[in-house]
Design a protein. Structure first.
Length: 256
């Protein structure tokens, strides 16, 4: 393992903020992802917190920091109520705490989605996928910003695969109205002979399981503790840390 750089031991703590889930696989996935993150950046104080349902809770983790600076990185794939309101509200009383952008949309997520589809049996030859389509299955939100981010993520994956990719939501709302099964039917009606589901979830859980069941063909697993996800987590951390208007900003790595 690479020894820690002296500046990393003095850097703000990285608090990865997950939603929380009753499914124990979600905590196991987040724990593995943070282990990969620490391996990328030895010496950096990396901690996990949850908005609800799972301990440690964000409300318990933040007081343990004391006066230390920290960057809160949402383990969320799109802007939504938690990323735009709950997490910033938790950080607001503390001027030395920053809030990073959510992980997506980003090309690194596109690569992980592609990898998971290939693992599930997606054809590697472009010609074999000409009449195929993909539903990008996400949770859903009442926030229009969430819908816009998910559409951008779908567009990135469509360019990567060369086939139509449309969002579908496990919990439809007025802002994200199309369910996963309805999105599958829409692609089929448009001429797609085979429709796959790409799981736009960080970890297994009820929504990911229900979304996978909506396709008669193949369904990819959630993103999981992929090395590219750990790199993206650090990229969002660095973006927020280096936006600090302090007179002597830290030396930060180049964007991923």
């Amino acid at each position: 393992m690479t020894p820690p750089h002296p500046t990393e031991t003095q850097a703000p703590a990285l608090i990865a903020v997950a939603h929380g889930s009753r499914d124990p696989r979600a905590l196991a996935t987040a724990t593995a992802l943070l282990a990969a993150t620490r391996a990328h950046r030895p010496g950096l104080d990396v901690r996990l917190a949850h908005i609800e349902l799972t301990r440690p809770l964000l409300s318990d983790t933040l007081p343990s920091l004391g006066p230390r600076p920290a960057v809160l990185v949402p383990l969320l794939l799109s802007h939504g109520h938690h990323a735009r309101h709950d997490i910033p509200a938790a950080a607001a009383p503390h001027p030395r705490w920053r809030v990073a952008a959510p992980l997506g949309p980003h090309p690194l997520l596109t690569e992980v989605l592609h990898t998971r589809l290939l693992e599930a049996g997606w054809p590697t030859a472009t010609a074999a996928a000409e009449d195929h389509g993909v539903v990008l299955a996400a949770a859903g939100s009442r926030d229009p910003a969430y819908a816009a981010d998910t559409r951008r993520a779908a567009a990135l994956l469509a360019r990567r695969l060369g086939v139509p990719v449309v969002p579908g939501y496990a919990a439809p709302t007025p802002a994200t109205p199309t369910g996963v099964a309805a999105a599958v039917r829409g692609l089929t009606a448009a001429g797609a002979r085979r429709v796959a589901v790409a799981s736009y979830f960080t970890a297994p859980g009820r929504f990911a399981t229900e979304a996978a069941a909506a396709t008669p063909w193949l369904a990819a697993t959630p993103l999981g503790a992929h090395p590219a996800l750990a790199a993206l987590l650090l990229h969002r951390y660095d973006q927020a840390r280096c936006a600090d208007p302090a007179p002597a900003p830290p030396r930060c790595p180049a964007p991923a």
